[in-house]
Design a protein around this ligand. Structure first.
Ligand code: NDP
Ligand code: MG
Length: 398
């Protein structure tokens, strides 16, 4: 699949029906900030959350969707009681999320659930031929082939929200895919970019959650600290842009001003730059192929003075190498990489696993479980469950 020129009709003035999956998270709340900037362009029809009933209720009162979903069934009564007087259907669980993704009138689905849990609702939206603004990179990591098959079969569209992929997508507008030589994903390097290797054993939860440039959900913040986030993004780029792994490079750029680059076969390079602010790529995913006037912060070029670059260090950050390995192996390997990482990060966030043990757990799971044959969806789900169990039982205790 080539994402260089998806066929999206220009905005015709009628409000677009939106479903926001993961509305209470970092991407979800910033998507609603964009909606607040352009109230006449959108009609929010569905909102979903997992646990945060209070915020979901407040969002429902403000945006008046036709449907809200609370994943955690124990909070359903609270949501139902609070919204009893509103004209809104309250659904629960993973099935409710799939219903929200295909709710009548929904034109665009913002996929902003974190992790493998976001997969079923994205697949449901793809089967319904929706336009998807995709933040949930784990979906493409686990099921890139399946996603592309469904896109082809049902005529949907996928536009990336992830800032690096949005940058590449923007660089590719008007450029035929055959002209691409290389994709260069930039990486901030995270909070431990300059930290000496011998101190990694002592990395705490608080230190890992303190990202220098971006404010994001806990899981992706830890992924940025291990650089697994960049590894997942390499796999995401492979499926979004149809580029082999050998044509995807990672470059550390601590200021996060260049969001990524494309090198073309004539030697020319295009980059997309901006202040680190996820509202810009979120808005672009919603406005594409148009650009809407917005007050997002502009770069002050005179103050910028310098942009720095360095190669990634896969000795201190082995997760990046593991992701390339999983992509090369194919089959269930990316699903196992992802699931083992989700499990290890969750353990680290509960302070039950050390930071340095995250890549060890992922590598052990890959060595033990990866199979180079690509199964159908059920097989991917099974691989996911096995990898989680494997890491849980590893017992790499603090
Ligand atoms: P957050 O943790 O901030 O938000 C996650 C959202 O998903 C919340 O609405 C949460 O609900 C919901 N959720 C959590 N677990 C489940 C589940 N099991 N089933 C259904 N819904 C669930 O994450 P982010 O917004 O940071 O990230 C979302 C996705 O976007 C990730 O895939 C991430 O990699 C990607 N992304 C994020 C960026 C960012 O700047 N944050 C940048 C680029 C990509 P509740 O609040 O109720 O728990
Ligand atoms: Mg990113």
């Amino acid at each position: 699949m080539a994402l260089s020129a998806p066929s999206i009709l220009p905005f015709n003035g009628a409000p677009r029906g939106l479903a926001i999956l993961g509305a209470t998270g970092s991407i979800g709340t910033q998507t609603l900030d964009v909606v607040r900037l352009f109230p006449s362009k959108f009609r929010v029809l569905a909102l979903t959350a997992q646990h945060n009933a209070a915020l979901l209720i407040a969002q429902a009162r403000e945006f008046r969707p036709r449907c809200v979903v609370i994943g955690d069934e124990t909070r359903a009564a609270e949501v139902r009681t609070a919204l009893a007087g509103e004209d809104v259907e309250v659904l629960v669980g993973a099935e409710g999320m799939c219903e929200a993704a295909t709710w009548p009138g929904v034109e665009t689905v913002v996929a902003a659930v974190v992790g493998f849990a976001g997969l079923p609702s994205v697949l449901a939206a793809l089967e319904a031929g929706k336009k998807i603004a995709l933040a949930n990179k784990e979906t493409l990591v686990v099921a890139g082939v399946l996603v592309n098959d469904l896109l082809e079969k049902h005529g949907g569209t996928l536009v990336p929200i992830d800032s690096e992929h949005s940058a590449i997508f923007q660089c590719l507008v008007g450029e035929p895919q055959r002209t691409i030589e290389k994709l260069i994903l930039t990486a901030s390097g995270g909070p431990f970019r300059t930290r000496p290797a011998h101190t990694f054993d002592a990395i705490s939860r608080e230190e890992a959650l303190d990202h220098p440039n971006w404010s994001m959900g806990a899981k992706i913040t830890v992924d940025s600290a291990t650089m697994m986030n960049k590894g997942l993004e390499v796999i995401e780029a492979r499926w979004l842009f149809g580029a082999e792994a050998t044509r995807i490079d990672v470059l550390v750029h601590p200021q996060s001003i260049i969001h990524s680059m494309v090198v073309f076969r004539d030697g020319s390079t295009k980059a997309q730059l901006g202040v680190p602010d996820m509202k810009v790529p979120i808005q672009y995913a919603l406005s594409y192929p148009d650009r809407w006037p917005a007050p997002h912060e502009r770069l002050d070029w005179a103050q910028l003075r310098r942009l720095d670059f360095e190669p990634p260090d896969t000795t201190r950050f082995p997760c990046l190498r593991l992701a390339y390995d999983a992509l090369e192996l194919g089959g269930t390997a990316p699903a196992i990489l992802n699931a083992a990482n989700e499990q290890a990060v969750a353990s680290f966030l509960r302070e039950e696993m050390r930071f340095v043990d995250i890549p060890r757990a992922v590598e052990a799971a890959l060595d033990e479980l990866a199979d180079d044959r690509l199964p159908a969806l059920d097989g991917l789900k099974q691989a996911d469950a096995e990898a989680r169990r494997f890491v849980q039982e590893l017992n790499l205790r603090v």
